[in-house]
Design a protein around this ligand. Structure first.
Ligand code: UD1
Ligand code: CA
Length: 459
């Protein structure tokens, strides 16, 4: 029987000092609680329930469309047991194990959840919980055991005697329960230092009911890292980045000064990708085999096919770079920039909704917006597609083997047919026929001896 997961995430998160609900703070571009949700589903959960409080509507909207994901609201934060009780309406009648995790500890692993379910079932226990041993257990609930090592209960820091405070085995807050959970929750009181309904009190209640409580000790204390402040968010991000980088390097990616490279979980990298220092890869960016990304480039939702190259300081957003094509240094590929095989974009060139055909080139200082450039055409320095008339956008169509001379303005809508040649400095607002030469600028006039006369040197 598959299990369900309840994620407790109604806490206020005041230490973040933010208008954004804590659980929505981005961690490598993904909301904090998104990690817990993904881990829950990855563990095989049949249903996932998230208990939310502060900013409930926003949290709900963020995860709209996830199947088998439910949200329940805890109006008042009366404690972790009270939070869990809010999930009962969704899970009433659910006969499988119920795993409980915390919405602000995104590093909890899939194996930890499945391990708890397995331990509970293998030992015929009523519940199972994770434990850890910390050199500094301050702040955590301490695990109480009898002489035989059987778990008796948990005592919170606030309620612990000095002797109990010396216990180094702690409760990381990850549990698994059998379906008798709901009736037992009713027996949790709030007679304690915090005046809250403590979820770990269930340990004692299960024991009193004559049921066994299993425990699984985790050696990975990193899993415990919680996010209560901006500094902790940064720390968790550092750990996740380290894992991601190590994972990609294991799969054949070369990183130069890996600690300077930022990449998000949705990024996909092929073997022999090379990333130079300071590279930022965001969203669903995909890099094919042998792709090289130069220093300090920022790629978001961008695809670079095998053998493509992004040179340093290039910014790409929803761009597509085919094999053998290259961009940069200092290029800007905006949404729907598309480079076909072998196309070249050089420094200070901006593309927006523009396609460069095979081996077409825009080497320097150009703006191509709403444009189509045919294969082997050359766009000179300073060429601008004037695509916007103040109200609407218009298209520029450039055929194959067209040469657009430097500093030309192509006033859209306009078409330059195959093989045409635009003289430098032209302002083109009429279509240019195939193989024609277009010159659209004032003819040059040289006045002989003018400067000599001006200097009074006579003729
Ligand atoms: C809890 C445990 C403690 C454990 C620690 C591990 C209790 C009483 N104590 O303490 O034994 O060592 O976690 O991190 O459970 N939440 C709600 N509603 C509430 C209160 C909390 O949804 O009314 C959520 C929070 O958003 C958070 C989680 O439950 O995700 C844990 O709450 P928190 O206040 O952080 O508990 P701790 O004091 O850390
Ligand atoms: Ca906590």
């Amino acid at each position: 029987m598959a299990h369900a997961v309840v994620i407790l995430a109604a806490g206020l998160g005041t230490r973040m000092k933010s208008k954004l609900p804590k659980v929505l703070h981005p961690l490598l571009g993904k909301p904090l609680v998104g990690y817990c949700i993904d881990t829950a589903f990855a563990s095989g959960a049949e249903k996932v329930v998230v208990v939310i409080g502060h900013g409930a509507e926003r949290v709900r909207q963020t995860f709209e469309g996830y199947p088998n994901l439910h949200f329940v609201v805890q109006e008042q934060q009366l404690g972790t047991a009270h939070a869990l009780a809010q999930a009962q309406p969704v899970l009433a009648g659910f006969q499988g194990p119920i795993v409980v995790t915390q919405g602000d500890t995104p590093l909890t692993r899939v194996e930890t959840l499945t391990g708890l379910v397995a331990a509970m079932q293998a030992e015929g226990a009523g519940m199972a919980l994770l434990t850890m041993r910390l050199d500094d257990p301050t702040g955590y609930g301490r695990i109480l055991r009898d002489e035989q090592g059987q778990i008796l209960g948990n005592v919170e820091q606030k309620d612990a005697t000095l002797e109990q405070q010396a216990i180094r085995e702690i409760n990381p807050g990850v549990y698994c329960f059998d379906p008798t959970l709901w009736e037992k929750l009713k027996r949790v009181g709030n007679q304690n230092a915090a005046g809250e309904y403590y979820l770990p009190d269930l340990i004692r209640i299960y024991r009193e009911a004559g049921q066994k409580v299993a425990s699984v000790e985790s050696k990975d204390t990193g899993e415990l890292l919680g996010v209560n402040s901006r500094a902790q968010l940064a720390e968790v991000e550092r750990v996740l980045l380290q894992r991601l980088r190590a994972d990609w390097m294991n799969r054949g990616v070369r990183m130069i000064q890996p600690e300077t490279i930022y990449l998000e979980p949705g990024v996909e990298l092929a073997p022999d990708v090379t990333l130079w220092p300071g590279v930022i890869l965001r969203g669903q960016t995909r890099l094919g085999e042998g792709v090289e990304v130069g220093a300090y480039s920022v790629l978001t939702d961008t695809v670079v096919e095998a053998g493509g190259k992004i040179k340093s300081h290039t910014v790409c957003d929803e761009a597509y770079v085919s094999s053998g094509a290259d961009a940069g240094p200092f290029a800007r590929l905006r949404p729907k920039a598309y480079l076909e095989e072998g196309a070249h974009v050089g420094n200070f060139v901006e593309l927006k909704n523009a396609r460069l055909g095979k081996r077409a080139k825009a080497g320097h200082l150009a703006y191509l917006g709403d444009a189509e450039v045919g294969e082997e055409s050359n766009i000179g320095a300073g060429v601008i597609t004037a695509n916007y008339d103040g109200q609407r956008k218009h298209k520029t169509t450039i055929g194959k083997r067209v040469f657009v001379g430097s500093n030309s303005v192509l006033i859209a809508p306009v078409t330059l047919a195959d093989g045409s040649f635009i003289a430098g400095g032209s302002g083109i607002n009429q279509d240019v026929p195939e193989d024609a030469l277009a010159i659209a600028r004032e003819r040059q006039r040289n006045i002989e001896g003018y400067m000599k006369r001006k200097r009074g040197e006579g003729s």
